[in-house]
Design a protein around this ligand. Structure first.
Ligand SMILES: [Zn+2]
Length: 62
């Protein structure tokens, strides 16, 4: 699989259905077959980046 944002393959698994891109520092959760994309803010909160991607782009490509 690769990151929908940077197309990098530097993806780490951080939990069940949860992944993290070490290249662009976004969190990817698989929800209903598509990635739920979040950016981790410096204060630890999450902001959704789903609006930046089409549903097609958010489909995991294994
Ligand atoms: Zn990335």
């Amino acid at each position: 699989m690769h990151c929908p944002n940077c197309k990098g393959k530097d993806i780490g698994k951080i939990g069940n259905q949860q992944f993290y891109c070490w290249n662009c520092f976004i969190e990817l959760s698989v929800l209903n077959g598509v990635f739920d994309v979040h950016q981790v803010e410096p204060d630890g909160s999450l902001s959704s980046l789903n609006d930046l991607f089409s549903e097609e782009e958010r489909k995991p490509q294994w």
